[in-house]
Design a protein around this ligand. Structure first.
Ligand code: PAF
Length: 289
């Protein structure tokens, strides 16, 4: 294997310092492991931006609420390492919980306002505090030139852009397109929770988003579109729907009537044991021409 794995911040920094001494550019792809092709596409984008690619694998306890799936979250480090090696990734950083949060750890990172109060922030209180805390640490531990995050977690990407700018963290944050299965289901580590029957139902989410996106972009009134979308998602077997909303693509402010500026439709809904999320860009027809 040409992939090297390190488990401590000291070893991570030593490896990066050697690369820096050679004048190399470094990209970081933070993950929680259970890697799939979506993650691999992030490493390919990282490779296009840097000479050396690091993937961190850390199931971060502080971004899960007590009733969530922290314990059940798939931990597949040996398989992940094989995938990363095959993808030509240079370094895997897989710290323990004690390495990240040693005794006495007491610091929180909180992004205020609309960005964290809505969508997954409303459905998963405290989630983005945990994300902001761990991503701040990973960025400062590695200090890469750039870090890559998938747009499937679009709100997460916006939160990370916000605190990175606010805290002057000198890292370029790059968002990557959502990778989908052939039937349109957004790739996710949590798709592993789906039974065969649920897996057949799951692409409904993307189908509903595509249909609403097409009509909303042409200027249709979005209230009835969302009402019909909710009906279709529930009829397919999802329950509950945490949200199905259209928001401003930059500010995440709710849009209630018609689309006149770049927007985004967001969904989160439970199917069996899995809580699935997805989103699409909506560009009003007068902008796309
Ligand atoms: O998107 C994820 O996998 C996680 O939220 C992240 C960014 C790795 C932080 O734990």
């Amino acid at each position: 294997m040409s992939l090297t794995t390190v488990h401590t911040v000291a070893d991570l920094r030593m490896t990066i310092a050697n690369w820096r001494a050679d004048g190399l550019r470094v990209a970081l792809v933070p993950t929680m492991g259970a890697l799939h092709d979506g993650h691999i596409s992030l490493t390919e984008l990282a490779r296009a931006h840097a000479d050396r690619v690091i993937v961190s694998i850390f199931v971060n306890p502080t971004q899960f609420a007590p009733n969530e799936d922290f314990g059940a979250y798939p931990r597949t480090l040996p398989d992940d390492q094989k995938l990363l090696d095959a993808a030509g990734v240079d370094l895997c950083f897989a710290p323990s919980v004690d390495e990240m949060y040693p005794d006495g750890f007491a610091t929180k990172v909180h992004v205020d306002g609309n960005m964290t109060n809505v969508l997954c922030g409303a459905a998963r209180p405290g989630h983005f505090d945990g994300v902001a805390q761990v991503v701040t640490k990973l960025l400062l531990q590695a200090l890469p030139d750039c870090a890559i995050f998938g747009q499937k977690d679009y709100q997460q990407l916006m939160v990370i852009r916000r605190f990175s700018a606010d805290l002057n963290i000198p890292v370029e944050i790059i968002g990557a397109e959502i990778l989908r299965e052939q039937d349109g289901l957004a790739m996710s580590s949590r798709n592993r929770y789906l039974s065969q029957q649920e897996r057949a139902i799951a692409p409904t989410l993307n189908r509903v988003l595509v249909s609403i996106t097409d009509q909303a972009a042409k200027g249709a009134d979005i209230g009835p579109l969302l009402a019909k979308g909710r009906e279709d998602i529930l009829a397919a077997g999802f329950d509950p729907i945490d949200y199905l909303e259209i928001r401003d693509a930059q500010t995440l402010e709710l849009i209630r009537d018609t689309i006149s500026k770049p927007a985004r439709i967001f969904v989160a809904a439970r199917l069996g044991k899995a809580r699935l999320i997805d989103n699409h860009a909506i560009m009003p027809a007068h902008i796309t021409g």
